[in-house]
Write a protein that binds this ligand. Structure first.
Ligand code: S3P
Length: 177
């Protein structure tokens, strides 16, 4: 059975934190593709990027996503780039999971402490790199999502409550997907 809710969105949007809080609220657990990659390889994400290159990381990520979607889990949080390939988009749509995009502005994400720590794609100028990625990725996140949750200026509790309401509405057929 596929995870019921999948969180997508850019680096720094809070997917891991929101996933954990949502899991607590729903009395379930949340898997995270980055954590699964680290567990499986015994290596840090940034080490894989630096030593093996991004293509190798994306290949691993693809395998992990496929595995995660087959697991009998309840929630899944995806690394920022894990949903971008055509294959990943098809697999996510076919999984039947409720896909939630955590949308955040550059202004909010830039103020987060440790924003670029352990994030190889943001090395150099994190703000410019992040915005450059978002220019390409935002249309994909928006196109995939059944629900877009704007997280700017919201507490974790507010975000979790919004997602739960949207999920219930979707179960009743009031939200597309
Ligand atoms: C990436 C996001 C990261 C991690 C890797 C690549 C991306 O995950 O998978 O550094 O391409 O956006 P988070 O979104 O959890 O930071």
């Amino acid at each position: 059975m596929a995870p019921r809710i999948v969180l997508i969105g850019p680096m720094g949007s809070g997917k891991t934190t929101v996933g954990a809080a949502l899991a607590r609220s729903l009395s379930t657990h949340c898997r995270d593709t980055d954590t699964m990659i680290v567990e499986q390889t015994g290596r840090d994400i940034s080490d894989i990027f630096i030593e093996d290159g991004e293509d190798e990381f994306r290949a691993l990520e693809k395998i992990i996503l496929r595995t995660a979607l087959l697991e009998d889990g309840a929630l899944l949080s995806l690394g920022g780039g894990a949903c971008l390939s055509i294959d990943a988009q098809s697999a996510l749509r076919a999984s039947g999971a409720f896909i939630v995009y955590l949308r955040i502005s550059l202004a909010q994400v830039a103020s987060r402490v440790g924003f670029n720590q352990g994030r190889p794609l943001l090395m150099g100028n994190p703000r410019a790199q992040w915005q450059g990625l978002m220019n390409e990725r935002a249309p994909i996140y928006e196109g995939l999502a059944h629900f877009i949750c704007d997280v700017d200026n919201k507490s974790i509790e507010e975000i979790v409550a919004e997602i739960e309401i949207a999920y219930e509405l979707r179960s009743k057929g009031d939200i597309r997907g």
